[in-house]
Design a protein around this ligand. Sequence first.
Ligand code: SAM
Length: 227
Amino acid sequence: MTKGPAVQKMFDDIAPNYDLMNRVMTMGQDQGWRRFVVKKAGDPGSGRVLDLATGTGDIAALMEKQYPGGHHLGADFSLNMLREARKRFADQLIEWQASDANNLPYKDNSFESVTFGYLLRNVDDSLVVLQEIYRVLKPGGRGVCLDTTPPAKNILYPFIRFYFRFGIPLLGRFIASDEAAYSYLTGSTMGFHKADELASIFEEAGFTGVEYKNFMMGTIGIHWGQK
Ligand SMILES: C[S@@+](CC[C@H](N)C(=O)[O-])C[C@H]1O[C@@H](n2cnc3c(N)ncnc32)[C@H](O)[C@@H]1O
């Protein structure tokens, strides 16, 4: 069975509390990582850029503020998340669209950059989605991925594991009234690719110049590469 329908329903349900939960759970650091994504995506000039799995629109909004000359598109398959994005950033020039990352409704070679925050952890096959992103990028275009990463087994591991197993679901229960959704976050992070494995999948999808940087004690990774 594919993850898609359950993931779509889960994000539809948590959409109203998603932003507050993000800020609390990451101790206010999440916007800094998104700004790093925007920097790596670079200036599109007057070209088109896509923020895929845009959710409530934070990366798309930061991109539009930073590079107002571009044509900005935010896409997601959760209509409730898109509704929040539209409401939050009504004063910015961003087009919001419903689309599934497995099968993008865009032509080959369409975008200067594609950013995607916390998408790959939620899909069945990261390679399929990365190949789809690669397809819609223009030659020379950049793909930039922000996601959680399974923590390395070092001295901090027991503390991080404790926070993931108990802290985050507890915050989910009180802030989002949805412990299950945030237990899913923990499970999907622990089962996700390690940062170097994900870099190899980027290369397998065709990207060159692939690099990554870890944040928050190695629990967050930002990967980027070029078509
Ligand atoms: C954790 S949220 C991240 C939102 C945003 N990128 C951010 O930085 O906060 C993950 C988003 O991915 C979307 N998503 C998951 N699988 C998807 C798919 N196959 N196609 C499109 N969107 C998807 C979900 O609906 C959700 O809005």
